[in-house]
Design a protein around this ligand. Structure first.
Ligand code: PMP
Length: 393
């Protein structure tokens, strides 16, 4: 059929999760489907005060066009935090403020990807990255994720045969699996990428949300050839749409060109509000509150799963972030489970969209715990368990 649309639209599908979220927004549904931070933890009053301050003190600048790189004091804050928390020496000139990590992915795709270029991703992998990179029509190569991070031998082999340009990873509290790479896996990942000269795109959207276990360094700590992405979405609020990219000068020059072409600069009012908020408040104590709330919800969900789920169902026990990954017995379809569960007013995300290989992960699913109250977690897990029994899991 003749189409007026660009070829790239052939490969670009609407997000399955967005479609599910439309259904799950009905109030009677207990939804473990979204990836939403808990709105009760948004620092609304403090942000309102920060907004009032920048508007009353500096409206003529705050409402004006600004620089493509982003507000310098905000970039300085990010650089200083990397130094204090991760021992990373990143110059503010190596930081670009973006309209959220999702835009960071788009900009990285534009800078690196020609049609047919190979991109290595985790299996399962972050759906938003698959979607974002798909616009540039690359070929994806999946490497299995294990309990302690990527399968290193498989990564080595895949890089050997694929001549890939990028390896995209969410090594800390991954979306969708909740998996965190061990320190050894991080070092080994860096070694293998270095051996093949492949750029690492390290998406650290959840890195600050550790509520159990020990901190681990970023992959960037071991590999300079890493583009490190961060976001304010999970530690302040996603509606402000602010994230950032750290990259070396060579890459940054090109990122600035595509950023300028895309939208001139990130929302300057949001940048000023967040920066003011960071100056006037203790972000660490705010993050501690989020971690406390998510940690207890994770505990509760995992306890309910061990109490109610039938034998033979396995799941991750994340040390941070927002997601648990469930694996049903081989041959049981999480889409069938979804159809049953939605009739019982419970929702989750079936695992298949997190894979680029047709049919992969059909017995897996993602559960979100950050945005449900304990009562809903118990009731939802009970109903889900009953649906699993029906499917003779
Ligand atoms: N990366 C990952 C791994 C995510 O889970 C998300 C949010 N779901 C994003 C990026 C996008 O976040 P942002 O709000 O910063 O665009």
């Amino acid at each position: 059929m003749v189409t007026i649309f660009a070829d790239r639209m052939e490969n670009s599908k609407k997000s399955f999760i967005r479609e599910i979220l439309k259904v799950t927004q009905q109030p009677e549904i207990i939804s473990f489907a979204g990836g939403l931070p808990n709105p009760a933890l948004f620092p609304a009053e403090e942000l309102a005060a920060a907004a009032a301050k920048v508007m009353s003190e500096d409206a003529s600048n705050v409402l004006q066009y600004s620089t493509t790189e982003g507000y310098l004091p905000l970039r300085e804050f990010i650089a200083q935090r990397y130094l204090e928390k991760s021992g990373l020496k990143i110059d503010p000139s190596e930081i670009l403020i973006t309209n959220g990590s999702q835009q960071s992915l788009d900009l990285i795709g534009k800078v690196f990807l020609n049609k047919g270029d190979r991109v290595v991703i985790e299996s399962p992998g972050y759906l938003g990255a698959i979607q974002s990179f798909s616009i540039f029509e690359p070929e994806f190569r999946e490497v299995p994720l294990m309990d302690d991070g990527i399968d290193i031998d498989a990564l080595d082999n895949t890089l050997e045969e694929s001549d890939a340009k990028l390896f995209y990873t969410v090594p800390t509290f991954q979306n969708p699996s909740g998996v965190t790479y061990s320190q050894e896996k991080r070092e080994a990942t860096a070694r293998v990428l270095d051996k093949h000269g492949v750029v690492c795109v390290e998406d650290n959207a959840y890195g600050e949300l550790r509520f159990a276990g020990e901190d681990v360094p970023t992959i960037r700590n071991y590999l300079e050839n890493t583009i490190l992405m961060g976001s304010f979405s999970k530690i302040i609020a996603p509606g402000l749409r602010l994230g950032w990219i750290c990259a070396n000068k060579d890459i940054m020059e090109r990122l600035l060109v595509v950023k300028q072409a895309a939208d001139l600069h990130s929302n300057y009012l949001s940048q000023r509000i967040i920066c003011q908020y960071l100056m006037d408040n203790d972000i660490d104590s705010h993050i501690s509150r989020i971690k406390g709330a998510y940690g207890s919800r994770r505990d509760y969900m995992v306890n309910m799963m061990s109490r109610y789920f039938p034998e033979g169902i396995s799941y991750t026990k994340p040390e941070g972030g927002m997601f648990v990954w469930v694996t049903l017995p081989e041959g049981v379809s999480s889409m069938d489970l979804f159809d049953l569960a939605i009739k019982e007013n419970v929702a989750f995300v079936p695992g298949s969209p997190f894979y680029t290989i047709e049919g992969a992960g059909s017995n897996t699913l993602r559960l979100n715990y950050s945005n449900s109250d304990p009562d809903d977690i118990e009731e939802g897990i009970k109903r889900l368990a009953a649906c699993m029994e029906k499917l003779s899991c």
